[in-house]
Design a protein around this ligand. Structure first.
Ligand code: ARG
Length: 579
């Protein structure tokens, strides 16, 4: 369905063309939703800008635009202040729109003009290394963005760029050959924590023991040249991590395709050669570096992007260059999105600049975004760590949220059967963690708090899920046969609270469009929170059961429930029937 804002842009640009004999594009019509409902539903600011360009009085221009404007769908159009135009939709038109939205497969969203291939790279933890909350944030945000593009029917590729290659494996294998030979041979099982412990111990040995260091480096060479035993050991290590990662993805209900750094190993040599052929490589202390204009350190010297170390090894930059080339030429991506902590933003800006410089990336054809995010803090205001501070099991963080939700559910529904309690605990607990993460502007740091995220008031998952349950309860209470209601009634909004809810419902598609542009999921959480509040106001002001408007109002309840469920689904949250 066409969104209302786009309808206004279309109609306003038509009016401007007629009124001023000035053909302008739809996208140039300066429209925004009104900040205050009492002034109208949408506002046009074009007259002010045109007045400057045409050297005429803005209010006079606004009047000319109004005179040519197709007024059939508005109940009021007014000029305000220096020359804003405020539009109020007629209840009749809004009702028609909501009726259409009710039956719309996409809940009133509009699809992008062209179906795009969108690569969303997220999560991307490192094998055997510390798994931090940042990886969880990346997983939650990335999954949400992938769900959004899937909902908008784009061709989405969800990639997990795990750190599964590099020099760390040399020392880890060397260490494990001594400490855990059976694990390496696949004869004994182990855990991710043990692996991380070995990793730490290996790193210590590597830094302190010259002989160990030498053996480790030889192990890397063996691995990179495809030695069978080394590869086997590497694979066993990756398997252990993979199982642990999968446990988290299952709990979070996240689907992702693993395509780690090792995937690009065979083409790294070619990447360096290609940069050399383009004359973009400078040797610095024996390492092959690419320098890019505009990237300087504090002293004002250009920062290098190192694509091959002096010992011949490749690194993070090289793999990322290979990955972006693969995504552009093999995956034929139209848009590539990377989700990592904001700390890596310079790396990605340089990566994009390098890809552009070598001619792979045409920014007019392909959009690349680094979606950065802030830190998760503990109650002490410092980076979140577990009690021990050492081996943090991220899964514990999620499990604890589920445990706390279970406690809450048991208190509320003491007679519910165990499987239902388990299901509710999981939906609420995991939902709360996801929602509290997504509801903060992603570039900000936030304090992780179980108590806060499981609150019934305020902008929380629990509040929204409860609103959802309540809405469905209303339908149940009237004993209405919804199929009949759908057949016999149409939505007709009239009361100010109905209109306010209706306009908000109809804006769902606009919000999704905004999020797909600026990749800020908190716009969607804010929207849903406001939706629940507007619904509450409607329900306070308008009687549903037994009123003459019962049919229309039940449909409005149903539409609210649909939009809420769909919105929550995009955030990665499931809904429940009671709680
Ligand atoms: N493995 C990296 C880390 O944990 C994140 C990878 C991000 N993606 C990328 N293409 N560099 O920091």
């Amino acid at each position: 369905m066409e969104t209302l804002i786009s309808l206004f842009r279309r109609k306003v640009s038509e009016a401007i063309s007629l009124a001023l004999n000035l053909p302008i594009e739809e996208s140039q019509a300066d429209m925004a939703p009104s900040s205050q409902e009492e002034f109208g539903h949408y506002q046009c600011n074009s007259a002010l800008r045109l007045a400057k360009a045409l050297q005429q009085n803005p209010r006079a221009i606004a009047q000319k635009i109004i005179d040519k404007f197709d007024q059939s769908f508005c109940s009021k159009i007014e000029i305000a202040g220096p020359g804003f135009i405020n539009f109020t939709l007629s209840p009749h038109f809004l009702s028609q729109q909501l009726q259409e939205q009710f039956h719309d497969r996409l809940c009133g969203a509009s699809l992008p003009k062209k179906r795009q291939k969108v690569v969303v790279e997220f999560s991307s933890p490192n094998v055997a290394k510390e798994l931090h909350v940042g990886h969880i944030r990346s997983t939650i945000i990335g999954d949400c963005l992938a769900r959004l593009f899937e909902f908008l029917q784009q061709d989405v590729l969800r990639l997990n760029h795990i750190g599964d290659w590099g020099t760390q494996f040399g020392m880890l294998i060397t260490y494990m050959k001594e400490a855990a030979p059976k694990v390496l041979k696949g004869e004994e099982e182990t855990t991710l924590e043990a692996l991380m412990e070995w990793y730490r111990a290996a790193k210590k040995r590597f830094d302190e023991d010259a002989d160990f260091k030498k053996r480790s480096q030889m192990e890397v060479v063996r691995l990179q040249s495809g030695d069978k035993d080394a590869l086997y050991a590497w694979k066993s290590i990756c398997d252990i991590s993979r199982t642990a990662f999968q446990e988290i993805y299952d709990l979070l209900d996240v689907k992702i395709i693993e395509r780690g750094e090792s995937f690009y190993n065979p083409i790294l040599k070619e990447i360096v050669a290609e940069f050399e052929r383009h004359g973009l490589v400078t040797i610095s202390d024996g390492a092959k570096c690419v320098y890019l204009e505009g990237f300087k350190n504090r002293e004002g010297d250009l920062l290098p992007m190192m694509i091959q170390k002096s010992d011949g090894g490749y690194n993070y930059d090289t793999t990322d260059l290979a990955a972006i080339r693969h995504r552009i030429f093999v995956e034929k991506a139209d848009r590539i999105i990377y989700i990592t902590d904001s700390g890596q933003s310079l790396h990605f800006q340089m990566l994009f600049a390098a890809a552009q410089k070598i001619g792979w990336l045409d920014p007019n054809k392909i959009e690349v975004d680094h979606v950065g995010f802030g830190l998760v803090l503990g109650a002490d205001g410092k980076k979140l760590k577990t009690r021990s501070g050492v081996t943090e099991k991220l899964i514990d963080l999620l499990t604890e949220a589920v445990d706390r939700a279970r406690g809450m559910v048991k208190g509320r529904l003491p007679d519910a059967p165990v499987p239902e309690i388990e299901h509710l605990a999981r939906v609420l607990g995991i939902g709360a963690v996801k929602y509290s993460d997504l509801s903060v502007h992603r570039t900000k740091d936030y304090v992780f708090s179980y108590d806060k995220m499981l609150r019934f008031e305020g902008n929380t998952a629990v509040f929204l899920l409860y609103a959802y349950v309540r809405i469905n309860g209303i339908k149940r209470k009237t004993h209405a046969d919804m199929d009949k209601v759908v057949q016999l009634h149409r939505i007709a909004v009239q009361h100010p609270s109905e209109i306010s809810l209706g306009i908000h419902l109809r804006r769902f598609g606009e919000i999704l469009e905004l999020v797909s542009r600026d990749l800020l999921p908190n716009r969607l959480t804010d929207y849903l929170y406001e939706l629940a509040e507007k619904f509450n106001a409607f329900f306070r002001d308008c009687r549903v059961e037994g009123s003459p408007e019962e049919g229309s109002r039940l449909l409005l309840c149903e539409l609210t429930s649909k939009v809420l469920r769909q919105g929550l689904y995009i955030l990665g949250l499931q809904t429940v029937d009671r709680m």
